[in-house]
Design a protein around this ligand. Structure first.
Ligand SMILES: C[C@](O)(CO)[C@H](O)COP(=O)(O)OP(=O)(O)OC[C@H]1O[C@@H](n2ccc(N)nc2=O)[C@H](O)[C@@H]1O
Ligand SMILES: Nc1ncnc2c1ncn2[C@@H]1O[C@H](COP(=O)(O)OP(=O)(O)OP(=O)(O)O)[C@@H](O)[C@H]1O
Length: 288
């Protein structure tokens, strides 16, 4: 395991990325949030977090994030939320090996928060079930509950009403344009389309779908537009979440690798398989 972590770490767990295979915006609620329909699928591509229990109650994230103050970090927020909810007297030392790009639309921060909730639930012996943890998780962000539940899902509401589904576990080429995009900025854009018709659960897996944020993001962020134009020549390419990452799917790893070879020196990208049961839940031996 990575030497970023102490040898005596009691728990080392992954925080996987997600893709939004499509992202439909149905409307805007009175509180400003948007009603969505999306498919979340996990990627076999993860940050790693290490945890030790502290008896003095302090929550300490040891890894420095250049642009995120300690107490604003979703890892620390998740730990404090769980501590307050359960009145646990315990604390934690936490380290992270960060691989997922921030502001990339692949859910890095949200996934870190979910992994922290599940890790401390175990270390502090709280025995909260996933439904209770997912409800808490929603306070941290619309994307956090799916990472707590651990199953690929058709999501509705603001992203918290989850129906497990099993889309094909394809191989993805994921491009990382060199820009971080704020989700709130995209959702506040007056030109964002907000009137896509709802589909039914029966239609989900047959729906190709689109990302309703894509046109806005390509228009405003030249780095995303450039990467899109290059990658879309190789294979049909889509935005995930509010970007900046783009993805294209392939039936086999070899096909994805062949496409990646054509992008070498042009776009920073990685290959990963889509997975319907989170690597976090697999590592914790939770059943599907
Ligand atoms: C775009 C997605 O990534 C799709 O999976 C998510 O909906 C975003 O989830 P997230 O990053 O966890 O977002 P949050 O931290 O909850 O919200 C950030 C901001 O995005 C906007 N927001 C988010 C989710 C949503 N359904 N409607 C919104 O309008 C709100 O302005 C909010 O202030
Ligand atoms: N542990 C964390 N990892 C990443 N970002 C964090 C973390 N804690 C707080 N943040 C803040 O949250 C912002 C969004 O982070 P994140 O990487 O989750 O974006 P994203 O990939 O667009 O997520 P999503 O797809 O859920 O919208 C970052 O720009 C950063 O300021």
């Amino acid at each position: 395991m990575t030497n970023l972590f102490p040898d005596d770490a009691s728990l080392i767990l992954p925080a996987p990325a997600k893709l939004n295979l499509f992202l439909h915006i149905l409307g805007r609620r009175a509180d400003g949030y948007h009603n969505l329909q999306t498919i979340f699928q996990f990627l076999d591509y993860s940050d790693q977090l290490a945890f030790n229990c502290r008896k003095d109650g302090e929550i300490k994230l040891h890894t420095i994030f250049e642009n995120v103050p300690h107490n604003d970090n979703l890892i620390v927020k998740a730990a404090n939320l769980l501590k307050n909810y359960t009145s646990s007297p315990l604390g934690a030392d936490i380290w992270i090996d960060k691989k997922l790009p921030m502001g990339g639309g692949i859910g890095g921060g949200s996934s870190n928060a979910a992994t922290t909730l599940l890790a401390l639930n175990q270390l502090w012996q709280l025995n909260l079930d996933l439904i209770t943890l997912a409800k808490l998780a929603l306070q941290l962000g619309a994307d956090v509950p799916v990472f707590v539940q651990g199953k690929a899902a058709f999501a509705e509401g603001v992203g918290e009403q989850l129906t497990p589904i099993t889309p094909p576990e394809l191989w993805f080429l994921v491009a990382i344009p060199k820009v971080a995009i704020s989700t709130a900025t995209v959702f506040n854009d007056p030109l964002l389309p907000r009137n896509t018709a709802a589909i039914t659960y029966q239609q989900v897996l047959a729906t190709e779908g689109q990302n309703d944020c894509q046109a806005i993001v390509l228009n405003h962020y030249p780095a995303v537009q450039d990467a899109f134009l290059i990658m879309n020549k190789l294979a049909p390419t889509k935005l995930t979440g509010t970007g900046a990452c783009l993805f294209a799917s392939f039936t086999t790893e070899q096909q994805a690798l062949a496409a990646q070879r054509q992008l070498i020196d042009k776009i920073d990208c990685f290959i990963a398989q889509g997975i319907n049961f989170s690597p976090l839940h697999q590592k914790l031996n939770l059943s599907y």
